[in-house]
Ligand binder design. Structure first.
Ligand code: 13P
Length: 339
């Protein structure tokens, strides 16, 4: 393992003024998103959507890398250029989601554990051969006011994340470690902070125990927010304060970068919160983004599968990418959203 090359890649993923575009929805999730805007759930439409994203002109100015999924990393543009080639030519690092999804956890009603470790070493080798330089694994933690997540669910997911991360580093890939505490439910922001801290503590304990090199990974956490159904919602500053306090307590300074997931936040709220996070100048890590929905959603609605809307959809993606790139520098403001 060449640790310093991995560390260089990790730093490039969170380079100043840039972040990651997560476009690694599973076939099922991508189909659901297409169907929501009236697009037929076909392999060709998934490919066309991913082509639209990857070929947005100048994407590399605000995006450092893209997270693909098994289907997509093997696909090409309608003109026959491999997506990996398109990404590289645009100055984008190529990442790959390697978990096989969160499945119901036995004996733990309402909780999930992420699968995909079986045969992972061989799959990672294949992805390195296809041009990937980083990988992603997402654990999903349901939260409520008292019972969830259970210690068992936290431990199982933390253990799997660390096993995945060690295999990635051995294979020459930078692992993105994504333990997502969900936003669903009426829980308070304080409860989210308590759970997020517990989850991240457990994750780092496992990473260290299993020999993962902290300098050669990226942490992809949720922001610390109240549940979507909580009557008391927070300002961007409150989200930033709680998130930074939480991360300072549990994320080692050796980690080269933190790239947040958006988790279902509207695009402008995610940008405002990411911007507010930059007020904490002395965090040990760059605070960046690895957004899926908060980058893609407006563009998908505009495209709606219509060739005539393609350029406008790409502009909507680029707009969100620029807003978030500005937010990583503390330069985002609501004025950027004016039509
Ligand atoms: P969201 O930003 O939509 O949460 O997606 C990020 C991601 O990669 C989920 O695994």
């Amino acid at each position: 393992m060449n640790t310093s090359a991995l560390a260089d890649t990790a730093r490039a993923m969170v380079a100043q003024g840039k972040g990651l575009l997560a476009m690694d929805e599973s076939i099922v999730t991508c189909n659901r998103r297409l169907a929501e805007v009236g697009i037929a759930e076909t392999r060709e439409n998934r490919r066309a959507w991913r082509e639209l994203l990857l070929t947005a002109p100048g994407l590399g100015a605000s995006i450092s890398g893209v997270i693909l999924v098994d289907e997509t990393i093997r696909q090409a543009t309608a003109g026959g250029t491999a997506f990996v080639r398109v990404a590289r030519d645009a100055g984008l690092l190529v990442g790959i989601k390697v978990d096989t999804g969160a499945q119901a956890m036995a004996m733990h009603r309402g909780e999930k554990v992420t699968e995909g470790l079986d045969g992972l070493r061989a799959r990672l080798e294949t992805y390195v051969g296809l041009g990937a330089s980083f990988a992603k694994w997402r654990a999903v933690l349901a939260i409520d006011d008292a019972r969830l997540p259970t210690a068992a669910c936290i431990a199982a997911n933390a253990h799997a994340l660390a096993r995945y991360a060690a295999l990635c580093q051995e294979s020459g890939l930078v692992p993105i470690i994504e333990p997502e505490v969900l936003m669903d439910g009426p829980h308070t922001q304080a409860r989210c902070q308590e759970v997020t801290e517990a989850v991240l503590r457990s994750v780092f304990r496992q990473l260290v125990r299993q020999g993962v090199v902290l300098e050669a990974m990226i942490l992809k956490p949720n922001m610390v927010v109240a549940g979507l159904a909580c009557p008391a919602q927070n300002t961007a500053t409150q989200v930033a304060e709680a998130t930074v306090q939480c991360l300072r307590r549990v994320a080692p300074a050796a980690v080269p970068g933190i790239a947040f997931l958006s988790g279902g936040q509207p695009g402008d709220a995610a940008s405002a919160r990411l911007n507010a996070l930059q007020a904490f100048k002395r965090t040990p890590w760059p605070l960046s983004f690895s957004f899926g929905r908060a980058l893609q959603q407006p563009a998908l609605g505009i495209w709606a599968g219509q060739a005539a809307h393609r350029a406008a959809a790409q502009e909507a993606l680029l707009h969100r990418a620029r807003c978030n790139a500005a937010a990583t520098l503390g330069r985002y403001s609501a004025a950027m959203e004016a039509p």
